[in-house]
Design a protein around this ligand. Structure first.
Ligand SMILES: Nc1ncnc2c1ncn2[C@@H]1O[C@H](COP(=O)(O)OP(=O)(O)OP(=O)(O)O)[C@@H](O)[C@H]1O
Ligand SMILES: O=P(O)(O)OC[C@H]1O[C@H](OP(=O)(O)OP(=O)(O)O)[C@H](O)[C@@H]1O
Ligand SMILES: [Mg+2]
Length: 285
C-alpha cells in the first residue's frame, strides 16, 4: 500500500495554514513534539516538516511526493516540479524597493546599482528581461536593512503589508511577481500515489471553494422570485421553500464572497428582505 509523502514548512509563514488546510480536509496529523516525520492515522499520507527553501529540491528528487510551498520559491529555485493548485494563503509580492528619499520610480534607477536580495534568480531573470544590469548582492535574511548599512542601493524582497519596508525607510517601486502558497508535486509519482493525490486534491478543492463562497437566504414575494433569481449566480437553480405567510417564499442560493456587496442593493431593490449570509464548511460540485 503506497503512502504519499507531503512536505510542509517546519516553522514559519506557511506552517499553521498548511496544517489547518490538512485538518479541514479531514486529515489527522499526529503531533509529536520535535518529530520531523509524522504519520497520519486516517489517510495514506506521511507528513515531513522541512525548511521551505529545501522543499523544491526534495520535490525534484522525489524524496517527497507533494508539498505546500511558497510559489515564489518554486520560481526562484527553478526545479522540475509541477504546481497542482494555488491555495489562497501566504499571499505576497516579490518586489524591488528603494530608500524613500530616492525620487525615481523607474527601473532604470537600478542600472549599475547594487541590489540586495535572497532571490537572485528571480531578480536576475527580471533584470535581464528588462535590459538592466545591476550588481546582485545575495543575503539570506533581513534584506531590508541593506540600504541603511550601505550594503546596497535597493533591495528585492518579499512585500506583504509593506510594514517592514516602511519601518526601514524603504518604498516599493516595482512588483516582480505575485505569490501565494501552492500545492506542488514531484514529476516522479507512481500511479498509486497519483490516485492518493487526486483524493487529496478533491478534498482541498471542496475546502477552498467553500472558503470563497457563502450560503445566502432571503425572503422574497412570490411575484418577485424570477427577478431576484436572475441577480444571483446560482449553482443550478435556487432552492425555494414556502413561508407560512401567504405569497412569500424563502429563497436559498450560494454566492461568491467577493460579489455579495455588489449585488446586495439590487437584491433589496428587487424585493428581497431578511437577507442572511452564512459560511459554508465544504462545497462539492
Ligand atoms: N510577510 C509575508 N506575508 C505573506 N507571505 C509571506 C511573507 N513572507 C513570506 N511569505 C511566503 O511564505 C513563504 C515562507 O516564508 P518564511 O519566511 O516563513 O520562510 P523562508 O524564509 O522562505 O524559509 P525557511 O522555511 O526555509 O526558513 C515564502 O516563500 C513566501 O511565499
Ligand atoms: O510586508 P510585510 O508584511 O512587512 O512582510 C514582509 C517581510 O516578511 C518576510 O520576512 P519574515 O517576517 O518572514 O522574516 P524572515 O526574514 O525571518 O523570513 C519578508 O522577508 C519581509 O521581510
Ligand atoms: Mg521570511
Amino acid at each position: 500500500m503506497s503512502i504519499l509523502k507531503i512536505a510542509i514548512q517546519k516553522s514559519g509563514r506557511l506552517h499553521e495554514d498548511s496544517l489547518k488546510l490538512l485538518k479541514d480536509c479531514g486529515i489527522k496529523v499526529e503531533n509529536g513534539k520535535d518529530q520531523l516525520k509524522v504519520s497520519v492515522p486516517n489517510f495514506p499520507m506521511e507528513v515531513l516538516y522541512l525548511r521551505n527553501s529545501d522543499i523544491p529540491q526534495y520535490l525534484e528528487d522525489g524524496v517527497v511526493d507533494i508539498a505546500i510551498v511558497g510559489e515564489n520559491l518554486l520560481i526562484e529555485k527553478q526545479k522540475k516540479v509541477a504546481v497542482v493548485s494555488k491555495l489562497g494563503f501566504s499571499k505576497c509580492n516579490v518586489s524591488l524597493a528603494v530608500p524613500k528619499e530616492v525620487d525615481d520610480n523607474s527601473l532604470s534607477y537600478f542600472e549599475g546599482k547594487k541590489i540586495a536580495t535572497s532571490y537572485p534568480n528571480t531578480l536576475n531573470t527580471f533584470l535581464k528581461a528588462n535590459n538592466i544590469s545591476s550588481e546582485i548582492h545575495v543575503i539570506s535574511g533581513s534584506v531590508e536593512i541593506a540600504p541603511n548599512i550601505g550594503l546596497a542601493d535597493g533591495i528585492c524582497d518579499i512585500v506583504s503589508s509593506g510594514s517592514t519596508l516602511f519601518k526601514n525607510g524603504l518604498r516599493e517601486t516595482q512588483v516582480i511577481l505575485q505569490s501565494q502558497a501552492v500545492l506542488a508535486q514531484s514529476l516522479l509519482l507512481s500511479s498509486e500515489k497519483q490516485q492518493i493525490l487526486d483524493k487529496l486534491v478533491f478534498r482541498m478543492e471542496a475546502v477552498l471553494r467553500a472558503k470563497n463562497t457563502k450560503y445566502i437566504l432571503m425572503n422574497v414575494p412570490n411575484d418577485k422570485i424570477a427577478e431576484v433569481s436572475a441577480i444571483l449566480p446560482v449553482l443550478k437553480s435556487p432552492t425555494l421553500l414556502p413561508l407560512a405567510q401567504e405569497g412569500w417564499s424563502s429563497l436559498h442560493s450560494v454566492i461568491d464572497d467577493s460579489t455579495f456587496w455588489n449585488v446586495i442593493d439590487e437584491l433589496k431593490d428587487a424585493g428581497a428582505e431578511g437577507i442572511l449570509i452564512v459560511p459554508i464548511d465544504k462545497m462539492v460540485l
